[in-house]
Design a protein around this ligand. Sequence first.
Ligand code: ADP
Ligand code: MG
Length: 350
Amino acid sequence: ESRETRLRVVLRVRPLTCTETRRGDRRVVHSLGDGAVHVSAARHDATFGFSAVFDAGASQEAVFEGSGMKQLVELAIDGFPCTVFAFGQTGSGKTYTLMGPLTQSETQPATPSLLGLMQRSFAYLLEQSRSRGSDLALSASYLEIYKEQVRDLLSSGPPCALPLRWSKSRGFYVENQLSVDFESLEAIVSLLLQGSQRRRTSAHALNRHSSRSHALLTIHIRSRAVSTSSSGEGPSACPSKQGTLCFVDLAGSERVKETGSSGELSTEANSINRSLLALGHCISLLAKPRGKWTHIPYRDSKLTRLLARSLGGSGITLMVACISPSSHCLSETLSTLHYASRARSVTTRP
Ligand code: ADP
Ligand code: MG
C-alpha cells in the first residue's frame, strides 16, 4: 500500500551578478544553516525552512549531491514517476541549476564542474543502470509549453502544436510526441542541447520567449529484467517496470504576482502564464489536508494536466526554488519563498 510522501523542496540562492554588485545592491537573503534562510530588509524580517538551502557558494555538484536528486534517479529506475521542477523569477538561476551556464557556441562543451542537475542525473542514471546490470531501455522526449501550446522540441521542422489527451490507463498524455531512444551520455546530452537550442532560437524571434515558456524533458525508463522462473518453464520476464524522470524548467514566475496581485486577468498575461497561475492554484489546494480536498483543477492549463501525476497522484517530486539574494528582487524573492513553503505541505502517494 502506498504511503503519503511530501514534496521535497530545496532552495538555491544564486550569487549576486556583476550588474547587481555594480549597482550596489544589498544582500537581503542569508542562509542560517540547517535548511533555514533569513530575509531581512526594511519592512521585512522573515525566516523560511526547507529540506536544504544552497547559498551562493554552493557548487553544482553540492546541489546535485544535497538536493535528493540521486535518490530521485534511483526511484525512477525502480519504476516511479519522478519530477524535478525549477521555480523562480526570470534570472534567478533555474536554467543554470538544471543545465549549467549556457555555452556561447554549441561546439564548445560546457566546463564539467558547471554541468547542471540534468547532465549529472543522466550520468548517474547510466552509471546505475550499468552497475545494477539491469536491462534498461531508455528514451527521451522534450516538450515546451508556450502560450498554452504544447510543442515538440525534438522533432525537426517548424514547431507545431501537439494535442494533449486523456485516457483512463495513461492519464493525461501528449499525442504524437517524439520519444528518442538513447544509450549513451553523449546521445542524451546532444538531445538536450538540440532541444534547448530550438527553444532558444525561437527566443530570438519572440522577445523573451524562453523565460515565458515551460520546458519539460522526460526520460522514460523501462526495465526488462529477466528472471528464471521456479516453475521449470524456463526464463520468464519479470513484470516490467516503467519509471519516468521529468525535468521541468518553469517560465519566470514574476507574471504570477503581477496578474495575481492586481486581481485582474489581463488576457495577454493570462494566455502566456495561465499555466503558472493554474499551477499555483493547484498547489495551494493540494497543500490542504487530504480530507479537505475539493476538486483540483488540473484541467485549467496544459502544464497542470501534464504534471497532475507528479503533483497529486502517484509521483515523487522535488522542487528547486531559485532566488536572487539582491535587495532589488525582494518582492519576487518573498513571493517565491512563500510559494515554495506552501508546496512543502503537498503530498503524493507513490
Ligand atoms: P533563469 O533560468 O531563472 O531565468 P538563469 O539560469 O539564466 O536564470 O541565470 C541568470 C544568470 O545568473 C545567468 O547569467 C547565470 O549564468 C547566472 N547564474 C545563475 N545561478 C548562478 C550560480 N549559482 N552561480 C553563478 N552564476 C549563476
Ligand atoms: Mg531560464
